[in-house]
Write a protein that binds this ligand. Structure first.
Ligand code: NAD
Ligand code: GLY
Length: 355
């Protein structure tokens, strides 16, 4: 078991991440005991509910459950408001807790609902995907997609506790493991020791024991970064590495998961770095090879459509320039601003080279 505390600069603990086994069987029921009389709602998606219904009924027989349809396409206002309605119908009040049991979609919507309901109630995150364990459940970013823009409506809401249990990986389809590796390689691009570890295991990156071993390190890296800048005014921006291109591809309608888009985004953004930054090309080639080891190949996407979608990216300072967080050297990144026309033109050019 490993416990990682997210403390702000004044040393106050705002969130605790516990990496351990038997979360559904022991840790969660124990953590919820004080809330039993105050009100608990478990929020999940239909896929996770189907897989873990028996355990929920066995270990938390008294808890109410609300399940949304699974998938990023449901990460919108309808799911959010239907959850808020379920919270009201369950009679939750200021002393109650919402448990978000699922991947990043459930975590982001659950965290947002917990932040909005009665102007904020407690939230416990139980991330069930690799991606949600290493990234989405940690750090308090919550959001829904809105008006065709990823994560347009959201707030910062730190969960009281995050319980990360590798047992959930046993039911994950291989594609979701690949997807989680997207955010893990992003962390590796920012954290040299993690990069070395991944490079040394390039042949068995999807091995579940290896993943269980590196999840706490990923969480510790993210917690360390967020602790210095919880509201993303500076340093935390580095966690958006690869994400300008990733979000654009994700919204362009490609049949790709968030993590797969992040892997592609890192490959593209490394190419932007080669064109515009002082960088270590050999290192960038190795980083790209790591992404390709997970992806297999770079899928062809509607890059023109994706480019247009980057205009509304939250990272941009204005409508004419696109902001990218690109890898440059081992453990180093740079924030790059490109005129929209240059970005569009070079995305097409990079697609031609990569494909
Ligand atoms: P997801 O929540 O859609 O989960 C992927 C799929 O796996 C879903 O179909 C889900 O039902 C299924 N699933 C979940 N757990 C399972 C399990 N244990 N066994 C079998 N199937 C399971 O997607 P995700 O990849 O977890 O998260 C992606 C989302 O996270 C995106 O919306 C992204 O924007 C968000 N995100 C947020 C942050 C943040 O800091 N808040 C960071 C990264 C990503
Ligand atoms: N996933 C990026 C962040 O939490 O800042």
């Amino acid at each position: 078991m490993k416990t990682i505390r997210l403390k702000t600069r004044d040393r106050a603990t705002v969130s605790t991440v516990v990496c351990r086994d038997r979360v559904l069987e022991e840790a969660l029921p124990k953590a919820l005991e004080p809330y039993r009389e105050r009100g608990v709602l478990v929020f999940t998606d239909e896929t996770v509910f189907r897989l873990y219904k028996e355990k929920l009924e066995k270990y938390l027989p008294w808890a109410r459950v609300h399940a949304m349809p699974a998938g990023e396409e449901n990460k919108g206002a309808e799911s959010l408001f239907s959850l808020l309605e379920a919270m009201a119908k369950a009679g939750l009040h200021r002393g109650s807790v919402l448990v978000a049991l699922g991947g990043g979609v459930v975590g982001d919507i659950g965290g947002l609902a917990a932040g909005l309901y009665m102007r904020g109630i407690a939230c416990i995150q139980v991330p069930t995907t690799l991606l949600a364990q290493v990234d989405a459940s940690v750090g308090g970013k919550t959001a829904i997609d809105f008006c065709g823009v990823k994560n347009l409506v959201g707030l910062f809401k730190q969960p009281e506790t995050v319980f990360a249990d590798p047992a959930f990986f046993a039911t994950l389809p291989p594609r979701e493991i690949r997807s989680g590796l997207g955010e893990i390689i992003k962390h590796a691009a920012l954290c040299a020791p993690l990069f070395d570890k991944l490079s040394a295991h390039e042949k068995n990156l999807t091995n579940l024991n290896f993943l269980a071993q590196i999840v706490p390190e990923n969480i510790a890296f993210k917690v360390h970064t967020v602790a210095q800048d919880t509201l993303e005014k500076g340093l935390r921006k580095c966690l958006n590495l690869g994400h300008t291109v990733a979000h654009a591809i994700e919204l362009s309608g490609a049949d790709l998961s968030h993590g797969e888009c992040v892997l592609i985004g890192i490959v593209y953004e490394a190419e932007f770095a080669k064109r515009h930054c002082v960088c270590d090309e050999n290192y960038l080639n190795t980083l790209q090879a790591l992404c390709l080891a997970v992806l297999g190949s770079i899928p062809k996407v509607d890059i023109g459509r994706a480019a247009a979608l980057s205009r509304l990216d939250k990272k941009n300072k204005d409508a004419e320039n696109i902001t990218l967080v690109v890898p440059v050297k081992k453990g180093e990144y740079k924030i790059l601003e490109l005129p929209l026309a240059t970005y569009e033109e070079q995305l097409e050019e990079i697609q031609r080279i990569l494909w």
